[in-house]
Design a protein around this ligand. Structure first.
Ligand code: HEC
Ligand code: HEC
Length: 375
């Protein structure tokens, strides 16, 4: 990151200022206390105003953003059609919840870009958790899962919500497996998905199946066409917005194919947020240095996945961008600059894989299937 200054001499000091300190800032001494508010960077406006994608420096920066792959598979969980089909059913399966009324899709609605549009998501008996539901799209290659990164992979992640008392509220893995084993068709589908296993209806296999399905939740957009060489795939306004995004330095954190998901970063890095209650990554590691660090979220489909931030307290994308520039990069954006970046972000809205996400018919309960439990 230090190299940004030499690599891109023409770029706003604001961007390099933030980027320069990034490595050391990952482990700030004493960690928790944000320093006194820095002075807004005066360098931004002129540079941001004149930024265009014709600049070779920005073309260099653009390389930090990557097109989406077709799927995001991992070696540890090879995808087969049988596994994906089972995972799709389980994703939509409300009988994985205590009262048979909540599925993964309740909070990560695949027809609504993988979110429920609420600051906090109602789970069992309408209880609310303390964080906003991130999208389940394009998450397969994130460095870790959850706002605090406490799950390493999608497969690890999928085991959490089913047993979380404020989400799907199943009492234990045993109850989940009892339920699945009582449904004849599921037993057959697990056998097909995990051939050669003596007793394939396991909690690990459930997570593998859901993970294999989620690894195909990928939403390519016009931006991917642009990245792979079709320079007309974005309008001139969108390209101008992209130039501003890169000049200000958003890609120092929102990079890679998801424009995020690759690092943990301190929220309020340059200018502290006044009322930050959530310690973020600290919750997972208990290291003081991790206080207020969050796994950077993806910006794919960001126009569709509000409200914003880990606690969903920001309603509009305009406000989300404006605050990002100030708190993360020490740049006060002019209204036109902010809007221009938002115009670019809108171009990250991709195509939903409508066939892939079609809700399958779920198998009928058997005589031994536990009944819904509203308690
Ligand atoms: C009651 C709502 C609710 C249900 C049901 C639910 N989730 Fe979530 N999900 C959340 C919330 C809230 C978070 C963020 C929690 C956190 O970071 O601490 C989350 C995080 C995630 C993430 C992490 C995404 C990222 O970028 O870090 C994935 C993937 C995910 N859920 C998939 C699932 C799957 C699969 C299921 C079903 C087995 C499921 N969720 C059920 C609310 C829900
Ligand atoms: C120093 C790292 C860093 C920089 C630079 C940065 N961001 Fe972020 N961004 C984050 C983190 C961390 C979050 C998660 C916020 C939270 O946990 O509430 C985030 C969240 C967001 C969100 C909300 C995502 C969601 O799903 O709620 C948007 C939109 C966003 N950033 C856009 C931008 C833009 C545009 C820029 C450039 C002006 C930018 N960011 C610069 C680290 C950064």
């Amino acid at each position: 990151m230090r190299s940004l200054l030499t690599l891109v001499p023409a770029i706003a000091i604001a961007a390099s200022l933030a980027a320069c300190e990034r490595e050391s800032d990952l482990k700030p001494p004493g960690g928790a206390k944000p320093g006194p508010a820095a002075k807004p960077s005066a360098a931004s406006s002129a540079k941001v105003a004149e930024a265009t994608m014709a600049s070779t420096e920005l073309q260099e920066e653009l390389k930090k953003l990557k097109p989406l792959p077709k799927r995001m598979d991992i070696e540890k969980n090879p995808a087969t059609e049988a596994k994906i089909n089972l995972g799709r059913m389980l994703y939509y399966e409300p009988r994985l919840s205590k009262n048979h009324d909540i599925s993964c899709n309740s909070c990560h609605d695949l027809s609504a870009y993988g979110v429920d549009g609420k600051p906090f998501s109602p789970g069992h008996k309408g209880q609310l958790g303390g964080r906003s539901s991130p999208t389940s799209y394009n998450a397969g290659n994130h460095v870790s899962q959850f706002w605090d990164g406490r799950a390493a992979t999608l497969e690890d992640q999928a085991k959490g919500p089913i047993l979380n008392p404020v989400e799907m509220a199943m009492p234990d893995e045993k109850k989940v497996l009892e339920t699945l084993a009582s449904i004849k068709e599921y037993v057959a589908l697990f056998k097909e998905a995990f051939p050669g296993e003596q007793d394939p209806v396991t909690y690990d296999n459930l997570a593998r199946a859901i993970g294999a399905f989620e690894r195909g939740l990928v939403t390519p957009s016009r931006f991917d066409k642009y990245l792979t060489g079709d320079k007309n795939a974005l309008t001139q306004e969108e390209q101008n917005g992209l130039a501003k995004f890169l000049t200000v330095g958003c890609q120092s954190c929102h990079d890679g194919e998801a424009l995020g998901g690759t690092t943990y970063q301190k929220l309020g890095k340059m200018n502290a947020f006044a009322e930050l209650k959530d310690f973020g990554r600290f919750d997972a590691t208990k290291k003081d240095d991790d206080k207020f660090f969050f796994r950077v979220p993806s910006l794919r489909n960001i126009a569709k996945t509000g409200p914003y931030y880990h606690d969903g307290h920001i309603k509009t994308l305009e406000e989300a961008v404006d605050k990002m520039a100030w708190h993360q990069l020490n740049v006060k954006l002019k209204e036109g600059e902010m809007k221009s970046i938002v115009t670019f972000l809108n171009a990250l809205t991709g195509d939903l894989p409508t066939d892939y996400i079609k809700k399958p018919e779920l198998p009928k309960s058997g005589p031994k299937t536990p009944k819904p439990d509203p308690s």
